[in-house]
Design a protein around this ligand. Structure first.
Ligand code: GLC
Length: 576
């Protein structure tokens, strides 16, 4: 008898072992700090100036670490602070191991990292290695003669072969990505500006130089990299003619080249695998399937990707409509439901302000619609990236004159259009909605001169609305967009369902309301967002008398009409 009990126990134990081995928890549920983190993007030029030269700097950021910490965020992504002639605000790097003078010194950087870590905040650096500056020593050498050892660090086309096959350039006045260089009677390739020559990733020496640079920063203790424009690093260097209509899918012809994933796997083996860091691809092909290839954990490349389909769909939400918008997020979520990981964002330094594009920045709705959009970012599946100033509801500056723009993107396109005799007024009107400089104006700290950003002349005009929209006023107001943002961050941290829970879209065809649930281990949270300036009804089922509203952007959480949301209303409801 005793023996039998013992045997049964053994069988039970054995069965239990077998079944638990079979249940392999999905990658989507694997806990990682970078999935749980909320990332706050700091554009250093515009955050805080400490020395009165009109340009934000590292010491300025250090002086505002208490503010950053008060947001409750976990990591800061810092746009490039390396030495640069600043053709493209630091995205043209002339020395990857030095700090740009405008921003301070390496000692300032070391202090920033140390102080951030003391506050429990991680630091993610921007890594710009699809191209360097033409003032980088590598390029100076490379252009000096055809047999220079650095020649193959870049892409050259000898002029005796005739004109190179046309490639379009993002920032070139003539939209031509090949620039003739008389010194060696050759053309060099620049997908971005003429001062941003593309590095030749086919050359293993280039790759290993970059891995060394990465180790330099990682050994200082930084916590990860955002891989700028890296999808363009691999090119089809047989340079085929582009088919008609290539402009409609530029990524397909310009990015995700034949060796891109080999490079990322090599980079992972050489560098990433040796550190506990976060790595994020800026741009990841042109479909959810493409994006998965960057972050499928079995492939050992990057941790996460951010795709552009949801921000590049048009000028304003009104133009493309909520149904299309919901479909994009849902399609990506479906692809990533079991493995891989995405970033969620509505703005960054290359986009207009979030509230101006997806919400409503009129005085009546600016705050409420900002809060609604923040609710979206903080409750979606994926790591939230939140752009500096969006927590205050900062909006588009809408410059009237080309003189006010500093950005080469707007300026070069203006010149190109002028040369062709195009409609400059219409272009300027359009830039008020689309220019990325709308989102780069100095942070609005308080009501003092220049919004407390600088005692000098700001490098870019401050938005005059700082008298009403500023951090100091919002810190004091319990109902401000700032304080609502802090509540959301706290809630996301308290509630694992917002990080690891499944996402289910509800009321799919509703043109005004975005409704979805997040669900984990029996806990079900319903998120209701009205993206319109009218009352809007929804049909999600589920709600019972026991359902509990846990956060909303209207002060009186309960409205009397059932299944109705007020203009731009957001609600998070726990379903019971
Ligand atoms: C990325 C950056 C953008 C920059 C471009 C060229 O898209 O985000 O600001 O202009 O790369 O480096």
């Amino acid at each position: 008898m005793k023996n039998n009990i013992f045997k049964m126990a053994l069988i039970l134990f054995a069965t239990h072992c077998v079944s638990s081995q079979k249940v392999k928890s999905s990658d989507a549920l694997q806990q990682k700090w970078w999935k749980e983190a909320v990332v706050y993007q700091v554009y250093p030029r515009s955050f805080k100036d400490s020395d009165g030269d009109g340009v934000g700097d590292i010491k300025g950021i250090i002086s505002k670490l208490d503010y950053i910490k008060s947001l409750g965020i976990d990591a800061v992504w810092l746009n490039p602070i390396y030495s640069s002639p600043n053709d493209d605000n630091g995205y043209d790097i002339s020395n990857y191991r030095e700090i740009m003078k405008d921003f301070g010194t390496m000692q300032d950087f070391d202090l920033l990292l140390q102080e951030m870590h003391k506050c429990g905040i991680k630091l993610i650096m921007d890594l710009v290695v699809n191209h360097s500056s033409d003032e980088h020593e590598w390029f100076k050498q490379s252009r000096s003669s055809r047999d220079n050892p650095y020649r193959n660090y870049y892409h050259w086309w000898p002029a005796e072969k005739g004109k190179p096959p046309y490639r379009w350039s993002f920032f070139d006045v003539n939209s031509d990505a090949w620039k003739y260089d008389a010194q060696t009677n050759s053309y060099y390739l620049h997908y971005f500006s003429q001062k941003q020559p593309d590095l030749n990733w086919e050359n293993p020496k280039v790759r290993h130089e970059v891995y060394d640079i990465m180790r330099f920063w990682l050994d200082k203790g930084i916590d990860g990299f955002r891989m700028d424009a890296f999808q363009f690093a691999s090119k089809d260097t047989t340079w085929p003619e582009l088919p008609k209509g290539y402009e409609k899918n530029i990524i397909k012809y310009y990015g995700v080249g034949p060796h891109l994933h080999e490079y990322l796997q090599e980079m992972n083996k050489e560098v990433f695998s040796k550190y506990d860091i976060m790595t994020v691809a800026e741009g990841a092909g042109s479909s959810p399937e493409d994006a998965m290839l960057f972050v499928d954990p079995d492939r050992k490349e990057l941790n996460m990707a951010y795709h552009f389909e949801s921000v590049d769909i048009g000028k304003h939400l009104k133009d493309f409509g909520l149904v299309k918008y919901k479909a994009i997020f849902s399609r990506y979520d479906q692809e990533f439901k079991d493995k891989g990981w995405l970033a969620i964002f509505l703005a960054n330094h290359d986009q207009p302000r979030m509230v101006s594009k997806f919400g409503n920045d009129t005085p009546k709705y600016r705050a409420i619609s900002s809060k609604m959009l923040s609710t979206f970012i903080m409750t979606m599946r994926g790591t939230p990236y939140y752009y500096y100033g969006d927590e205050l509801g900062m909006d588009n500056i809408r410059f009237n004159s080309i003189e006010d723009y500093k950005d080469l993107d707007t300026r070069n396109r203006y010149i190109g259009l002028k040369n062709k005799g195009g409609d400059l007024q219409a272009f300027l009107e359009q830039q008020k909605q689309t220019s990325r400089e709308n989102g780069r104006t100095p942070f609005q700290w308080d009501t003092t001169q220049n919004a407390g950003f600088t005692t000098g002349t700001p490098w870019l005009k401050v938005n005059p609305n700082y008298q009403t929209i500023n951090a100091e006023a919002q810190e004091k107001d319990p109902n401000s967009t700032l304080n609502y943002f802090k509540k959301l961050v706290k809630l996301r941290k308290q509630e694992p369902a917002f990080v690891y829970g499944t996402y289910t879209l509800l009321d799919k065809e509703n043109p005004n309301v975005y409704a979805y649930t997040r669900e984990l281990n029996g806990k079900k949270l319903l998120v209701l967002l009205n993206f319109s300036d009218k009352e809007a009804t929804y049909n999600t089922g589920f709600l019972t008398l026991k359902s509990k509203i846990i956060l909303g952007n209207y002060q009186d959480l309960i409205n009397t009409k059932t299944n109705m949301l007020r203009p731009y209303e957001a609600k998070i409801i726990e379903l019971k």
